[in-house]
Write a protein that binds this ligand. Sequence first.
Ligand code: ATP
Ligand code: MG
Length: 347
Amino acid sequence: MRIAVFAGDGIGPEVTAEAVRVLEALQIDGLELVEGDVGGAAYRKHGHPLPAATLEIARSSDAILFGAVGDFSLDHLERALRPEQAVLGLRKELGLFANLRPATVFKGLEDLSTLRPEVAGKIDLLIVRELNGDVYFGEKGTRTLEDGRRQGWDMMSYAEDEVRRIAHAGFKAAQGRCGKLCSVDKANVLETSQLWRDVVIEVSAEYPDVELTHMYVDNAAMQLVKNPGAFDVIVTGNLFGDILSDQASMCVGSIGLLASASLAEGTFGLYEPIHGSAPDIAGKGLANPMATILSAAMLLRHSFGLEAEAARIEAAVAAALADGIKGGDLGGSAGTKEIGDAVLARL
Ligand code: ATP
Ligand code: MG
């Protein structure tokens, strides 16, 4: 069991250090942690945001715990050398095609949500977003038409195998939760979405224990605000998932608590907080490490099948929050290390 630890830039190293302390405290047999450089930190040391040595560590590991990348002072670099390219490179090189983002409101934090507390308190959902296809990766371009008007285009496309594998990821996630999967598309208008819906229905035959529903994306955006408690797992394409997962995170309201996973075929995955490098608070010991600690719990669950250990971490975080241990992002005053200590004490 080998975990690559890529802390990255800004608050990445601070929050990752606390997650590592939590992992080590579990004393899991045969667990090995290997550090690697990514992002701006890697560029400064090796001249590239994703050096070959880092990729090699990733390939020889079973999972990656990732902090954050981003560094404004490197904005002048050509795109391929910018810190953010590390994430895109890892996605591509490791075939990470499924992005999982749980959104849950912890007890006592209902008023952080942009929604009414009684609605917010019911949110406990997981968004499974396809990462490698859709309009982001289709043929694209700009041109000037004969009559002089400029035109831009991006082709939206999905091949059936791409839909099938993300559908499987969605159904499997639903099996591990409440057994409800909502597939989100725009099948009334888009050919891509009609194929998406057909393939999801085909795949559903293999999961008779999961209740499948379909929803148009515009309605899903509305229901996420109106009745988010009705959702268990949402599976959707790259573009719709990009938008809905940010919307869901605001419904929850706390950027320092939200974890994510990017999964490949099999059990390999990259786990990271959804927040960025937060340069405004980097190096000050103020960042909330809970999102990264919860990402480590997702890692143990998905890549190693360690459900009990994952649940222990999640319960310790929930207990710390219930006891009023809150970082600045939650209107509290607890620092990075103090929050890590509080979680460890409740483990
Ligand atoms: P990126 O481009 O890297 O995604 P961003 O501009 O989207 O960065 P974040 O880094 O996600 O921004 O930070 C957004 C705001 O939330 C900042 O004010 C930051 O200080 C705050 N923030 C982010 N993560 C945390 C955290 N773990 N604890 C406390 N505050 C945080
Ligand atoms: Mg951001």
